[in-house]
Write a protein that binds this ligand. Structure first.
Ligand code: PLP
Length: 621
């Protein structure tokens, strides 16, 4: 499961084979024990475990990485990050970042009016930045200006030229001196899935000509001092550090160019993009990154300093808008395995072929008996042909249902035997490459992919998936994962691997004890992008603090959304639903489809489900 490779030290596997969270040296707690306690309290799964200590650790790590680089290179400015709350606006997340970042004057970034309203209410260091990005209307701008009167260091980013006039107008009307940033469309691009956020065709930002027009316009207004920041962003999850360096060089040259044109800039904002190594491969693959946080900080500080020195410009305050890298690690989705299905295993349970069986079934049985290491390829092709014939004959009425059942079971048995024969072969014929996937079991897990891991569905994002315990026991099955939505897309068929992407995940045979899988690194974007497919709602959450001695506290348990909330979000009202059921029950009593005296029980059960969790609730979990 590659835990040491992707966990960044925030998780480990204990000697007993259990996954533990390790928020700081000396602190560790097994995830299984936390889940067991939640279940003992009578709460239902699935659940998201949140570890605010991990967020604190990530905020410290980022800030200290920049501080160390600044010290090492003798850089003339300092670093001040901002957390883009769109990555995860959950209260516990924003408050944890704000608290951990206070001493570093780590600020926040808002991309909409609602996000700004949320950010303005946070306690922040007086120097901490509150960057306002995204397209803005007058209401957004006014709210940002009020923020300055509240003593917050609000900087309004000009995303397109026409916003400048709007900001100046509103500022004059309110009598507030604004602080502005301007977003520049770098020609440099990121790497990986969000490459198109940068480059000349990017959605946001001004070109070089427009940047100079902003400076001229502000000079005319005698407001040059209000332009304080140059802002850039080349996309999220940048996999290749060389792209970061190229972009930062271009950004710093632009910064120096604006200063030469008379701007009195103070901040250089390099945007987001600091990656997360989801597969632990440390490569430029889209789910990975070929650099560490320390290298990221060092390369930015070094590049900015180098350009500023050459252009005789004072070193700016470096700002980054890292989001994913601060929050991904803190959350783990716990999914109970509720069932396993797969190609028929129990050939013995089926009646053996006899003289009445169709010839095609007898042929398949012969193939199974005679497979060897020499003829498996031929046997495979014969079996595929026979299975096709079996189905054709069934459609025409020549093969009975029991014969079809036996034929299909034989086919699966042939594939299993071949898979075993070729498992150590270096060369596998093309037609057999998918064998593992075809033979894989489906582990049905109590979760919705669309609610909890939407990026896996939408953009094939990979998240490490690991059983919470039994890791000192060799897994005996190869599996894919399916969720409980009625959507055939609700499945996971791609898993992390150091060299490639794997089509199956090795898992243990579930035993008498509930078997739980954890989906890790899902604390960035997933919580907020999730959707209510099939009305599966928000998952319950446990906020957990790890204490010395392997102990932990569940500080807060927030129950997931109730069915009623989900139904009401679609425009229905609870009394209307209850009335409709009551009317139908009255009618059913009259037609006697409902027995006398059962009406009350029916209504109680209905009411209970309205107030219940939207996920499966089994007693054993
Ligand atoms: N800043 C801006 C302008 C963004 O568009 C984004 C997201 O793409 C971010 C910051 C956050 O990026 P990340 O989560 O990769 O750090």
């Amino acid at each position: 499961y590659q835990v040491p490779n992707w966990s960044g030290g925030w998780f480990r596997v204990s000697e007993k084979g259990a996954v533990e969270v390790t928020p700081s040296p000396g602190l560790h707690a097994p995830l299984r024990s936390i889940v067991d306690e939640i279940v003992e309290r009578g709460e239902s799964l699935p659940v998201i475990l949140r570890f605010p200590q991990v967020i604190t650790g990530r905020v410290k790590h980022l800030n200290e990485s920049f501080q160390a680089a600044i010290q090492e290179y003798g850089y003339g400015g300092h670093y001040q990050g901002v957390f883009p709350i769109k990555v995860n606006q959950r209260r516990v997340v924003v408050e944890s970042v704000a608290a951990a970042g206070y001493d570093y004057a780590h600020g926040l970034e808002a991309g909409s009016k609602a996000e700004l309203a949320l950010c303005l209410a946070q306690k922040m260091h007086p120097d901490a930045l509150l960057c306002c990005n995204g397209f803005k209307d007058d209401g957004f701008i006014k709210l940002a200006l009020w923020g300055r009167t509240l003593g917050k260091n609000v900087v309004i980013t000009i995303e397109k030229y026409s916003e400048l006039d709007r900001i100046l107008k509103q500022a004059k009307a309110l009598g507030v001196r604004p602080a502005m940033g301007v977003r520049f469309k770098l020609h440099a691009r990121g790497s990986g899935q969000w490459e198109e956020s940068g480059g000349d065709q990017a959605k946001f930002g001004l070109n070089a000509y427009e940047l100079l027009r902003v400076v001229e316009r502000l000079r005319e207004e005698d407001m040059l001092d209000t332009l304080v920041m140059l802002h850039t962003h080349i996309g999220s999850q940048i996999t290749d550090i060389r792209r970061v360096k190229v972009a930062v060089r271009e950004a710093t040259q632009t910064y120096a160019g604006l200063v030469a044109a008379g701007a009195q800039l103070k901040y250089l904002n390099v945007g987001g993009g600091l990656g997360v190594d989801y597969d632990g491969s440390k490569t430029t693959f889209y789910a990975s990154m070929n650099y560490t946080v320390k290298e990221y900080a060092a390369d930015i500080v070094y590049t900015v300093q180098e350009v500023c020195k050459a252009r005789s410009v004072p070193d700016p305050v470096i700002v980054s808008e890292s989001g994913r890298a601060l929050t991904a690690h803190h959350a783990v989705l716990i999914m109970p395995v509720v069932d396993v299905t797969g190609p028929t295993r129990d050939l013995e349970d089926l009646a053996p072929a006899d003289e009445n069986s169709h010839q095609i079934v007898k042929d398949m049985e012969e193939i199974l008996v005679n497979i060897t290491g020499r003829n498996y390829r031929e046997s495979y092709n014969d079996a595929v042909g026979d299975k096709q014939t079996l189905h054709n004959l069934f459609d025409l009425g020549y093969v009975t249902l029991p014969d079809r059942a036996r034929g299909e079971a034989l086919f699966n048995a042939i594939l299993r035997k071949i898979a075993k024969l070729i498992q150590h072969e270096k060369y596998v014929p093309d037609e057999l490459e998918d064998l593992q996937k075809v033979l894989a079991d489906k582990y049905i897990c109590n979760f919705s992919l669309f609610q909890s891991l939407p990026d896996n569905w939408a953009i094939q994002a990979l998240f490490p998936i690991v059983p919470l315990d039994r890791l000192n026991e060799k897994p005996t099955r190869q599996a894919t994962i399916v969720d409980i939505t009625c959507d055939s897309d609700g499945k996971i068929e791609k898993f992390i691997d150091l060299r490639d992407v794997k089509a199956t995940l090795p898992l243990h045979e579930p035993g008498d004890r509930p078997y739980y899988l954890g989906a890790f690194l899902m604390g960035a974007y997933q919580d907020v992008l999730g959707s209510a497919h099939n009305l599966f709602g928000k998952v319950s959450e446990a906020h957990v603090t790890v204490r010395p001695g392997g102990r932990f506290n569940i500080d807060l348990f927030v129950r997931g959304q109730k069915a009623r909330r989900m139904i009401e979000s679609m425009g229905y009202e609870e009394p209307m639903l209850r009335d409709a059921i009551e009317d139908q029950a009255d009618a059913a009593l009259k037609t006697k489809t409902l027995a006398p005296g059962q009406e009350q029980e029916l209504l109680e059960d209905y009411g209970e489900e309205l107030l219940g969790y939207t996920y499966l609730e089994y007693e054993e979990s």
